[in-house]
Design a protein around this ligand. Structure first.
Ligand SMILES: *[C@@H]1O[C@H](CO)[C@@H](O)[C@H](O)[C@H]1NC(C)=O
Ligand SMILES: *[C@@H]1O[C@H](CO)[C@@H](O)[C@H](O)[C@H]1NC(C)=O
Ligand SMILES: *[C@@H]1O[C@H](CO)[C@@H](O)[C@H](O)[C@H]1NC(C)=O
Ligand SMILES: *[C@@H]1O[C@H](CO)[C@@H](O)[C@H](O)[C@H]1NC(C)=O
Ligand SMILES: *[C@@H]1O[C@H](CO)[C@@H](O)[C@H](O)[C@H]1NC(C)=O
Ligand SMILES: *[C@@H]1O[C@H](CO)[C@@H](O)[C@H](O)[C@H]1NC(C)=O
Length: 735
């Protein structure tokens, strides 16, 4: 009886969602059935994009429909922070900001909201999440992913995919593999040893497989000298993905097929996008390429059938064969015009509120030299109190509205920086810039002066003698695209300085205003020489926060949202400290040897005893937290680490405790590696117990001879901290 009731409730729950999910086995059953009923041309139409130059294409990539089998044109759309080239959608916070939240709850919720918008627009495949490790801080697309740490990338990937696919939209894990710089990306070879591959670059893909990801995108670059989309070691039946349990399909990055149809198909590529030749490569399957290969026998019928079923299985698994909205936009008309653009609104108040919450939750309070008056009100530093500062200046072009129509790839930056450029960019239509949000929040409570350029004299004049000045500065990067540049940066940043003389602007303002509050919008690490200036009373690192940037920063500055963001990378004073470089100049496509191995970001800073200006995992709050009572329990191979946290300050807040693991020396691991984090909201005075799970794999290292994770024996150290440098509790485990 109870079972029947649960089944009815279960069906009801699935119905509300509007689709039915299936097991992989059932999905493959349907895919096989459909494939057995297809002609050769129908199969070719499923595994080949219809062409970038095809006027009928309405998504950035699509396939040919087979109406008699109820298979639509499968619609692929950029990108990892929400729909690009589409109207009436939300410009969500970027991947790097999702990482800064150190909140699985928000990573998942962001995935759900993105999935809902894709579904509403009839886009079957979300081209994300990106999980490219930020090997070098200047990497152009680093902000699309979750930073330099593999564990944080893995959690970001897992939660995003789980969220997106819960709405019946397919996720596509990208870019496979070692797609870590923009210069020379169409042919550089990333050369990695086996252990580094598994523990760093492949790890987020392993977590994607565990989330049941529908597809992966093979990258432009070569891996170990073979093109990623023609690299059986990566994508073949005995390659990394499939031996790790991947059941979906491999789709090429747009134009990443650099070899023949047979080379790619036989190596393991299931689908080529966008189809035709687009200057940089592509067109291997297109225009008869694959058909000739099949007819000549160089690609077998069995392999073609397998390609088709790999593609259709995720479609059936997520129930896209029933009740999936028809594609109702036209990416070739990004202004929303044309008969195929129905401009259906998929924005919701919930998505707007979530974007604002994530933007606030990803803001990292780096410095706060707070000063109080006799009655205990904040007169310097944060949170600012409306009405206390009677004269307020707002300085910097990053405070003002950006140019919303800046080309298909958003390749410009003349106002506030909310997202990088390239295919990972998103809708700018609804951006609320800081100046607007601050002006409306402050109303008549203060006299506002502004200088919305980075002119140094104008900025100083605006700030001089003011009770408080907000300075907005930024740095941007993006995708290489067609070798175009933005402010002389060809995708990857040229250096780690703030753009538009941002650091000088802060210095000039701080020279004349002793309550200078700096807000940094950046795609990655930037130099902050001003952080020790006593007149700089607060610094917020706000990343690339998406359309709700203005309201979110007001929430944080004025204490409506108590900051809880954490640095997803380290801020060092010298780029050499990161131990890797971008290869800008080369005679032909370079070989890039990842000789630093496991030692990226905090791992190499620790090894070389370099103290960063702001460390990985760091972030202040308007309250304080105490840690105590560490205990360890064991069940089989798994450990549980418990400890208590108390909100010891005077306002409610959220702590983000982190677990770092120290291996036995014989393991050859960095001194400390991230293996857990939690989100702990706590009201004033409240104490709670936090438990972090540590399973066998989390304590293992990749063992090349056995091609498996092996847990070394010896003594492990467990570090519980508020950042990698701020360790509060330590214990050891011997295994
Ligand atoms: C192919 O599909 C048609 C309907 O379009 C159906 O009548 C036929 O039985 C199918 N054949 C196979 C082999 O599944
Ligand atoms: C890449 O090459 C290195 C060095 O030869 C080798 O150790 C590693 O196993 C290769 N990786 C793959 C996935 O083939
Ligand atoms: C959708 O976008 C169009 C074009 O920007 C706009 O005119 C329309 O009002 C929007 N509709 C909704 C419901 O937001
Ligand atoms: C900051 O400057 C104001 C005048 O603009 C002055 O009244 C105040 O004492 C200064 N505060 C500190 C801490 O220097
Ligand atoms: C701080 O600001 C005050 C003006 O309020 C100025 O006189 C002083 O020189 C500044 N200090 C620094 C280190 O820039
Ligand atoms: C990369 O490693 C290969 C093989 O060890 C070596 O031949 C080559 O010179 C290295 N290239 C660079 C740029 O270090």
């Amino acid at each position: 009886m109870l079972t029947i009731l649960l089944v009815i409730l279960g069906v009801f729950a699935l119905r509300i969602r509007g689709f039915v999910t299936r097991s992989w086995d059932d999905a493959y059953g349907l895919a096989n059935k459909a494939a057995s009923n297809m002609t050769l041309d129908e199969k070719l139409g499923i595994v080949t994009g219809t062409g970038q130059l095809n006027a009928n294409r309405r998504c950035v990539g699509d396939t040919i429909a087979i109406p008699r089998l109820n298979i639509p044109s499968i619609c692929f759309q950029d990108g990892p922070a929400g729909l690009r080239l589409v109207k009436n959608v939300t410009g969500f916070p970027t991947g790097i900001n999702a990482a800064s939240t150190f909140s699985r709850r928000l990573m998942r919720a962001r995935g759900v909201a993105i999935g809902e918008e894709y579904r509403g627009k009839g886009a079957h495949v979300f081209l994300g999440p990106a999980m490219d490790i930020m090997r070098n801080p200047k990497a152009g697309r680093g902000w699309e992913s979750f930073g330099p740490d593999p564990y944080l990338n893995g959690e970001g990937a897992y939660e995003t995919i789980t969220g997106v696919q819960s709405t019946g939209v397919q996720a596509c894990a990208k870019h496979f593999l070692a797609n870590n710089q923009e210069h020379w990306r169409y042919g550089l070879s990333a050369n990695l040893d086996d252990r580094t591959t598994h523990e760093i670059y492949f790890y987020p893909f392993l977590r994607s497989i565990e989330a049941g990801v529908s597809s992966i995108m093979c990258a432009y670059n070569r891996f170990n000298d073979t093109s990623s989309c023609h690299n059986a070691g990566l994508i073949g039946p005995n390659g990394l993905m499939q031996t790790s349990g991947f059941k979906g399909y491999v789709v090429s990055d747009w134009g990443a097929t650099h070899d023949s149809a047979a080379d790619n198909a036989n190596a393991g590529l299931d689908m080529e996008q966008p189809g035709d030749y687009i200057v940089i490569g592509g067109g291997a399957f297109y225009n008869g390429g694959l058909k000739n290969a099949v007819n000549s026998g160089s690609v077998s019928q069995a392999r073609l059938n397998q390609m088709v079923t790999h593609i259709l299985a995720p479609f059936y698994r997520l129930g896209q064969d029933a009740d999936f909205p028809l594609t109702n936009f036209d990416a070739q008309k990004r202004d929303g015009s044309g008969p195929r653009n129905l401009n259906i609104n998929v924005r919701t108040p919930g998505h707007t509120a979530l974007s604002r919450e994530i933007a606030a939750a990803s803001s990292v309070l780096l410095k706060n030299a707070r000063g109080l008056d006799a009655s205990g009100r904040t007169i310097r530093g944060l949170p600012a109190l409306k009405g206390v500062a009677k004269t307020v200046a707002i300085v910097g072009q990053d405070a003002k509205m950006l140019n919303k129509d800046c080309g298909e790839l958003n390749e410009c930056n003349d106002g506030t920086m909310v997202v990088g450029w390239g295919s990972g960019s998103n809708s700018l239509d609804f951006v609320v810039p800081p100046i607007d949000a601050l002006t409306s929040y402050l109303g008549n409570s203060a006299t506002l002066t502004s200088s919305l350029s980075n002119n140094l004299n104008d900025g100083a004049n605006a700030a001089k003698g003011k009770d408080m000045t907000f300075v907005f500065v930024n740095a941007m990067s993006g995708e290489l695209g067609f070798y175009d540049t933005v402010v002389n940066n060809m995708g990857d940043r040229n250096e780690l300085d703030l753009w538009w003389s941002g650091a000088d602007l802060v210095g000039r303002v701080a020279a004349v205003c002793n309550n200078t509050i700096v807000i940094v919008h950046s795609v990655g690490p930037v130099y902050m020489p001003f952080s020790t200036n006593p007149n700089v009373t607060a610094i917020i690192y706000a990343g690339a926060p998406g359309e709700q940037t203005g309201p979110a920063i007001v929430d944080v500055l004025y204490g409506v949202y108590n900051p809880s963001g954490r640095m997803p990378f380290s801020i060092a004073d010298n780029e050499g400290a990161y131990g890797t470089s971008i290869v800008y100049n080369s005679l032909g496509f370079p070989e890039i040897n990842y000789t630093e191995g496991l030692f990226l970001d905090y791992r190499i800073l620790d090894r070389n005893k370099v103290t960063p200006r702001y460390e990985f995992g760091f972030g202040l709050s308007y309250t304080t937290f105490g840690y105590s009572t560490l205990s360890v329990s064991q069940a089989g191979d798994d450990f549980s680490i418990s400890f208590t946290i108390t909100n010891t300050g005077s306002v409610d807040g959220t702590e983000k405790p982190q677990l770092y693991l120290g291996y036995p020396p014989s393991a050859g691991e960095p001194a400390k590696v991230l293996r857990g984090f939690e989100e702990v909201p706590l009201a004033v005075g409240i104490t709670t117990t936090v438990t972090v799970a540590l399973d066998r794999r989390s304590m293992s290292v990749w063992h090349t001879p056995s091609q498996s994770y092996v847990r070394p024996s010896g003594t492990f150290t467990i570090y519980i901290g508020a950042s990698i440098k701020d360790i509060r509790l330590t214990t050891t485990i011997a295994v």
